[in-house]
Design a protein around this ligand. Structure first.
Ligand SMILES: Cc1cc2nc3c(=O)[nH]c(=O)nc-3n(C[C@H](O)[C@H](O)[C@H](O)COP(=O)(O)OP(=O)(O)OC[C@H]3O[C@@H](n4cnc5c(N)ncnc54)[C@H](O)[C@@H]3O)c2cc1C
Length: 451
């Protein structure tokens, strides 16, 4: 019987001083109590933990950054294989690659790569885990120009359900590599990722906000603008409440608005010229776009969304934004129940569309936007309010969506929604799952059932 006697990291159990902080995840709505948290420091620890979980038939969760909306990095009564101590990024400036340990968050990667004037395409916030975000796809500021995060993944090191260690790439275990690119944490514990890098140093970024009365006009203009804009241009559309932060004029604090959060990886004069048409739409109440280092834009939301808030998530992919759908976006976006609650619409055209629907597990290559609606608030007393708003918003817009959602923006929503997220790729994922994890050991995730 496998024991954890040789384990070099930390073993944390109920009653230990650090237990309560170690079991907490980013979303405070999730309150799970694992039996063991195994904080690994190396691959040998991960192998030992997987074997231990398996031989003791424990429900086993894998924790990367702990950001998952549905709390899929933790479980009740079982084992948590926690990679948060497995950090380290090695940049190879000649090969233009970054080797990233499985417990890094994106801020670790941005810090390491920015020194070389490069970046890995990731998300919109620096505190998210590299592992979970990558395995679901990875949508962010560089998506239109450089593709999803998985489109920049060259290889991954994986500890499988039987404790064996393999590498996956186009050449080694290509079926596993295909499944890892969008299929989530279903296939094993990824201990290291090799990404390709892109030249990104200073970007032209920041928000343009419009009053809600101009929201329909601004959203229609955004729809007509963004999909035709140069691919180095990115900007996501949002309904939000302006935070009471010193960077915003006091008269705008806590005002509900809509807006675009820009990030253009081009020289400032070219970027400015490219977004100029949007600046003359209606009368923006704030236009705060300028040149900044890429890691600054990546971390602009960090302080606004610290760990420990209540989050309720719903999402869908969107192909077309009809005028009718826009009217509903405006109606529900304007009714947000708390200052942190928001709706974002991320463009996923450009480079994402150049990869075929079945070339990776990520299926929605034909969608133009990934929509996410989040009811968020620090106060647990507002849980029902944020949940109901989020559900109503989603229900109103779902008929106008492409049918399924980005797995990383889902909570636990059942098999039907999981299958809708993968569409035609689900059957192939189930076959790969059967080969690499026939007993469904890794099932604390958006679960693919073995064929
Ligand atoms: C504030 C916030 C902002 C976000 N912004 C973006 C964004 O801009 N773009 C985007 O694409 N997504 C974004 N997301 C969604 C994010 O991608 C998911 O929440 C993702 O699951 C987080 O990964 P994690 O490693 O932090 O999560 P965890 O909770 O640690 O894990 C999530 C899932 O990934 C699996 N997993 C984790 N680590 C490993 C591993 N090493 N090997 C195998 N499986 C593993 C787990 O099994 C679990 O199912 C955001 C989330 C939040 C909360």
């Amino acid at each position: 019987m496998e024991t954890l006697a040789q384990f070099r990291g930390e073993i944390i159990r109920p009653g230990d001083e650090t237990y309560d902080s170690a079991r907490k995840v980013y979303n405070a709505m999730i309150d799970k109590r694992p039996a063991i948290i195994a904080r690994c420091v190396d691959v040998a620890d991960v192998i030992a933990a997987v074997k231990y979980g398996r031989e003791n038939q424990m429900l086993t969760a894998i924790r990367g950054g702990g950001h998952n909306g549905g709390g899929l990095g933790v479980c009740d009564d079982g084992l948590v294989i926690d990679l948060s101590r497995m950090k380290g990024v090695r940049v190879d400036p000649v090969a233009r690659t970054a080797q990233v340990a499985g417990g890094c968050v994106w801020g670790d990667v941005d810090h390491a790569t920015h020194a070389f004037g490069m970046a890995v395409p990731s998300g919109f916030i620096s505190t998210t885990g590299v592992a979970g975000l990558t395995l679901g796809g990875g949508i962010g500021y560089l998506t239109r120009a450089c593709g999803l995060t998985i489109d920049n993944l060259l290889s991954a090191d994986v500890v499988l359900a039987d404790g064996t260690f393999v590498s996956a790439s186009e050449k080694a275990n290509p079926d596993l590599f295909w499944a890892l690119r969008g299929g989530g944490g279903n296939f094993g514990v990824v201990t290291s990722f090799l990404f390709s890098l892109h030249p990104v140093k200073m970007v032209y970024a920041g928000p343009t906000f419009w009053p809600l009365e101009q929201a329909a006009e601004a959203m229609k203009a955004y729809r007509d603008f963004i999909l035709k804009a140069p691919e180095r241009m990115n900007g996501f559309f949002a309904f939000l409440t302006i935070p009471p932060a010193p960077m915003f004029p006091a008269e705008l604090h806590l005002k509900k608005v809509c807006g675009i959060m820009w990030c253009c990886n081009a020289p400032a004069d070219q970027a400015e010229a490219a977004i100029r048409p949007m600046r003359s739409v209606g009368k923006p109440v704030l236009d705060h776009v300028g040149e900044m280092p890429f890691p600054v834009v990546q971390s602009l939301f960090d302080a606004l969304y610290p760990a420990g808030l209540q989050w309720y998530w719903r999402a869908d992919f969107v192909k077309e934004l009809s005028d009718k759908a826009i009217a509903l976006y405006v109606e529900h976006g304007s009714a947000s129940p708390t200052p942190h609650s928001t709706m974002h619409l991320y463009p996923i055209d450009g480079q994402v569309h150049r990869v075929g629907k079945s070339e990776t597990a990520f299926s929605y290559r034909d969608a133009n936007f990934a929509e996410v609606i989040v009811g968020v608030d620090p106060d647990p007393a507002n849980k029902d309010k944020i949940t109901q708003w989020c559900k109503d918003y989603f229900d109103a817009l779902h008929p106008y969506s492409a049918g399924g959602a980005y797995v990383n923006f889902m909570m636990e929503e059942g098999q039907e929604r999981i299958q809708a997220a993968f569409r035609d790729n689900y059957a192939r994922l189930a076959t790969v799952k059967k080969k690499y994890d026939p007993g469904n050991f890794f099932r604390v995730n958006q679960n693919i059932r073995p064929a």
